[in-house]
Design a protein around this ligand. Structure first.
Ligand SMILES: [Zn+2]
Length: 319
């Protein structure tokens, strides 16, 4: 009897399988919020500022399974969201250029990326899941003391920066040696920012860092000091300034989007779990792509929440 009943259940499930297997796609909402995740060390053991290689890999798996796809920060700033319909952008950032983020190993005279380092894990995951996208921003410290000076392999520092840029990753400004910008006057603040860019450009001459992450999350007395300027012939210009906390960022199309105060989520167990659950429970707040980079699809009646003007060339669609 039990067997027959069980068999009957199996038949019913099989009959329902094609419809049940495909969860209804999330409706597009390009006014929803976006997570900008902030990693520090990729190393062992797991600590306040450290994610283990295993946990970092698990983060990527979790994000992928829940419909998140990688978006470059610069594309977010430009409102260029070229992701499949029904998926949600997520931005990865890595602060402080600690060794576990990007390490080369020498084997039989050739260099290879350590598969246990952040970049190695990310590249392996992307290879297995090409539709995850490839994007991350590295807020490096070119003039810090060991071990945070450009991932602590001085002989490979240039190669790493060049590799990242060639691969489509972004380099961001995090000051020369992690200066607390609230403690200094204008000349020092501008010097920290300009010199960091100068050091980066020694290795990747044509590359312009477009964003700055504030060391310790501390703003200088006048934010304009870090937005643009020229010091000894080094001209810098930042399109966004990132904080160290603050939660999910507003949509780049929202009136509340302020690139000078971009919040981030620290990629630690508790905060990640909180925000993933939050967006599961508040689907209406989650950015969901419409699959069309030329259109901004928003819920009906919400035009007043759009930022004006929108990035050039975009049309608005109400659903
Ligand atoms: Zn930092």
């Amino acid at each position: 009897m039990i067997a027959r009943r069980a068999a009957g259940v199996v038949c019913v499930l099989l009959a329902l399988a094609p419809a049940a297997a495909a969860a209804p796609p999330l409706p597009p909402n390009e006014l929803g919020r976006v997570m900008i995740l902030e990693y520090h060390k990729i190393d062992r053991p797991e600590e306040r500022w450290t994610r283990t290689p295993e946990n970092f890999r698990r983060d990527l798996e979790t994000l992928y399974a829940r419909g998140y796809r990688l978006l470059a920060l610069n594309d977010l700033l430009d409102g260029r969201i070229a992701l499949p319909a029904g998926t949600t952008p997520v931005v990865l950032t890595f602060d402080d250029s600690s060794p576990g983020q990007f390490r080369y190993l020498e084997r039989n005279g050739t260099l290879e990326i350590d598969p246990q380092s952040g970049v190695g894990i990310l590249e392996a995951f992307i290879k297995d899941h090409p539709d995850f996208g490839r994007a991350a921003t590295f807020y490096v410290l070119p003039g810090a003391s060991r071990p945070n000076r450009l991932w602590d392999q001085p002989e490979h520092a240039g190669r790493k920066l060049q590799w990242l840029v060639a691969r489509g990753y972004e380099i961001g400004n995090h000051t020369l040696w992690h200066a607390n910008l609230g403690q200094y006057g204008e000349a020092t603040v501008r010097g920290q920012v300009a010199r960091a860019q100068e050091w980066i450009q020694r290795h990747v001459p044509a590359y312009r860092p477009r964003t700055l992450a504030l060391p310790h999350g501390v703003y200088p007395k006048d934010v304009r000091w870090v937005l643009s300027g020229t010091v000894d012939g080094i001209t810098y210009r930042h399109d966004a300034v990132l904080m160290v906390a603050g939660g999910a960022a507003p949509s780049p199309f929202a009136r509340t989007f302020d690139p000078v105060r971009l919040p981030r989520i620290q990629a630690v167990e508790r905060d990640l779990a909180f925000w993933l659950t939050y967006f599961d429970r508040h689907l209406e707040e989650r950015f969901v792509s419409d699959g069309d980079p030329g259109a901004v699809t928003i819920p009906a009646g919400r035009r007043d929440r759009l930022r004006t003007p929108l990035p050039a060339g975009l049309r608005v669609v109400e659903r």
